[in-house]
Design a binder for this molecule. Structure first.
Ligand code: NAD
Length: 485
């Protein structure tokens, strides 16, 4: 059984407690992928100290040079794409193409952020006073704490870490306890390209045991978090007390509208992919679909056919989440919703060793029920019949979340109106509710975020501070609102 260590100041270091946790393969509960440190506050402090020590050298390195190193990590990610995808399949359970996509997305962010090293543009403009320049320049924030979820284990790390590094910050990463091996291999690549020791530190462990210590430490100047809204709000409270920046990427309860003029076959494929691929374990999963009454029967036939054809190739990440999804299904039945498809855990044959749940479709859902309102993070879809676009938009918006939303229609007026009115950070016309590109911001409104975006150039806004600089060459002491004596 392989035992892994924290990465602190470039060295692999055992946890001070000497304790480890098991990383379990969700497709085979008896298969332990590896043992990882149960890091405590002392280990977290050591990692923060290493990040502080590395800060002067790293933040002084010109951003184009930092970009060259980040670019090289991107190249190594692509060199090792297959091996890294195998690791993700092993500890996360998602199918190989999705795991390969996770690595590709990470490499793409590396290439994009490497280019940011040559941009990082500020403004240079005229002052309202003579013989004076006014300009802005970005500076790093300091030591950043990165806390990540397991469902896209490499992409979530790199969407935060590359923007943090290009801006000149050093980091302490606390990856999800469900996917620590991906983070370990990422640490190896960082070392291989020669990013100085201490710029990237990795501590493993639980949220309360390790993540909380990272958030609470006053030497951490910024926290970037991806995970559930419940945990995100707690982190935000602690950061608020300390007046430190926090960027939150959180949950979703995403809706998709199907209008009568939609390409129904494509729409049904998009809904099924959004609801059931990777067993619905996406922040941007389609968890609600709103079908116009004129095409309801026809669309349901296509959707049920897609659900039946689903190969159920992705397990649920862990026992806690498996039980949680099943309890939502039970509660949905009790709330009066009609189970139109699935609803069962699978325990036979190739499913016997892991955590598997069938694609599940509910109709006649009470819009105020937990099933319709709360993020389930599993292969569960709620179907609603609508009479008009206006009703569809209103229903998509009537949840606490606002991550993604989509509409299928050929009518330009309906499509553009929906883009104006849907309350979501990412909106799609004729596409599934998921899918993001590295040069574009991703993030949500309402309970799904806190107005920050990663990646895109917007991530550079998260990980840098603006300095406004005035250069006066008038030879007199002057200021713009009144004449000085
Ligand atoms: P989670 O909130 O349980 O955990 C996320 C991370 O936070 C983990 O590393 C965990 O150890 C840590 N953590 C937990 N409690 C903590 C605490 N008190 N202090 C500090 N850290 C703590 O979420 P999860 O189950 O890992 O991931 C699923 C969630 O992530 C879903 O809600 C999903 O929608 C969301 N997600 C959002 C995005 C996005 O971009 N918006 C992307 C992926 C996943």
């Amino acid at each position: 059984m392989d035992k892994y260590k924290n990465l602190i100041g470039g060295k692999l270091i055992e946890p001070s407690s000497g304790e480890y946790f098991d990383n379990i393969d969700p497709a085979d509960k008896s298969d332990i992928v590896g043992k990882f440190p149960k890091s405590n506050a002392k280990d977290v402090e050591a990692a923060i100290e290493a990040a502080k020590n590395a800060y002067a050298e790293w933040s002084d390195m010109p951003p184009p040079r930092r970009g060259e190193l980040i670019y090289k990590v991107g190249e190594l990610l692509m060199r090792d794409q297959k091996k890294l995808a195998e690791i993700i399949v092993h500890e996360n359970g998602k199918p190989t193409p999705a795991a390969m996509g996770d690595i590709k997305s990470s490499a793409d962010v590396a290439y994009f952020m490497a280019g940011e090293g040559r941009r990082m543009y500020g403004q240079t403009t005229y002052s309202s006073l003579p013989r004076r320049w006014a300009l802005t320049k970005r500076y790093p924030v300091g030591v950043c704490g990165l806390i990540t979820a397991w469902n896209a284990p490499m992409a979530i790390i790199t969407w935060k870490l590359f923007p943090a590094l290009i801006c000149g910050n050093t980091v302490v990463l606390k990856p999800s306890e469900d996917t620590p091996l991906t983070a370990h291999y990422f640490g190896e690549l960082v070392k291989e390209v020669g990013i100085p020791d201490g710029v990237v530190n990795i501590v493993y462990g639980s949220g309360p045991g390790t993540g909380e210590a990272l958030v609470k430490n006053q030497d951490v100047k910024l926290v970037s978090f991806t995970g559930s809204s419940q945990v995100g709000v707690k982190i935000s409270e602690e950061c608020g007390k300390q007046n430190k920046t926090c960027s939150l990427e959180m949950g979703g309860k995403n809706g998709l509208i199907v209008m009568p003029d939609a390409d129904l076959k494509t729409a049904a494929k998009a809904v099924a992919a959004g609801a059931f691929s990777t067993a619905g374990q996406r922040c941007a999963a389609t968890s609600r679909v709103f079908i116009h009454e004129q095409v309801y029967e026809m669309f349901m036939e296509l959707l049920l056919a897609e659900a039946k054809a689903d190969s159920i190739s992705c397990p649920i990440i862990n026992k806690r989440q498996f039980d949680r999804i099943l309890s939502y299904i039970e509660e949905g039945k009790k709330s009066g919703a009609k189970l139109a498809y699935g609803g069962n855990a699978l325990a036979e044959g190739k499913y016997a060793k892991g955590y598997y749940i069938e694609p599940t479709i509910f109709t006649d859902v009470n819009h105020n029920s937990k099933l319709a309102q709360e993020e389930i993070f599993g292969p569960v879809l709620c179907v609603f019949k609508i009479k008009s676009l206006g009703e569809g938009i209103k229903m998509v918006n009537s949840v606490d979340y606002g991550l993604t939303a989509s509409i299928f229609t050929k009518d330009v007026d309906s499509a553009v109106h929906a883009m104006d009115k849907l309350e979501a950070g990412c909106c799609y016309i004729n596409g599934p509710t998921f899918g993001s590109e590295p040069h574009m911001p991703f993030g949500g409104l309402k309970k799904s975020g806190n107005s920050h975006r990663e990646p895109g150039t917007q991530a550079v806004d998260v990980f840098s501070e603006w300095k406004t600089i005035y250069i006066d060459y008038s030879g007199i002491a002057q200021q713009s609102q009144y004449k000085m004596k």
